[in-house]
Write a protein of this length. Sequence first.
Length: 278
Amino acid sequence: MCVTSIKELAEKIKNNDFDFLDFDFLEKKPLEILENGDIVIKRCEVCGEVTEYKTQQGYTFSRDCACVRSYRKQAKLKRFKDLSITDRNAGSNIFSNAQIDKSNTEEREIYKELYKYAEDFNIEKHGYIFAGGVGTGKTFLANCVCNMLDEKGFSVLSFSLGAYFNRIRKNIDEEESFISAVKDVDLLFIDDLGSEYINRENGKMWAEEKIFRLFDERYRAGKPIIITTNLKVGELKEHLKINGVNKVYDRLLEMCKYIEFNWNSKRKLKNIGGTDGK
């Protein structure tokens, strides 16, 4: 029964009619005590994990259950996937589809190293710079690493600087979204570094400033980055100069292991991996 007014409440009290009161809340449930002595206050109705508990000292704490953790992880992965500009060809750019020249010892060792890198990945690992001619498989192997990490639940953000420049020119607000992602993502992959145009005419610094900020934020985050480039060492060093200084290049060498893909293009071969072979 429901009481809808003070007058009605007064009348019921006068007549000793207390049927409208709900005393169920007074029923005490048996306490659930964890092995460490904490008292369970609440569990998730879906996964059953403890979401609220009281310590022996009387402090009450809340924590996320498996449902919430899974939701947040999926939301994080989707965020980076939505921001990624390059297509990583997840269905075909995988290690099992790699075309490795069995007679090329150097290529076989690089393949093994990268497979182990992805298999044992953690965010404290170093990054890589893959340098070499067009069609030598740099992008393919970088995609293999990214796609394996994606399968393992790590977050990956991938783009080229040219595409990045185009995006933030069209929408200046997107720069902050990218920079935030660059700092947070587990692995950052920048493809085809050096193909972007940097306008330095008449002292223009826009592109240089964007490049410096991008790499500086990643450097400060202390997380790995993979870069592919067709440029040779001297060319890359010159390309990344900021106001005539090699600060970006020096930091990349500090963050990354430099690997040269010293073999001929694979594009003349039938590519079972479906990659463009960069």
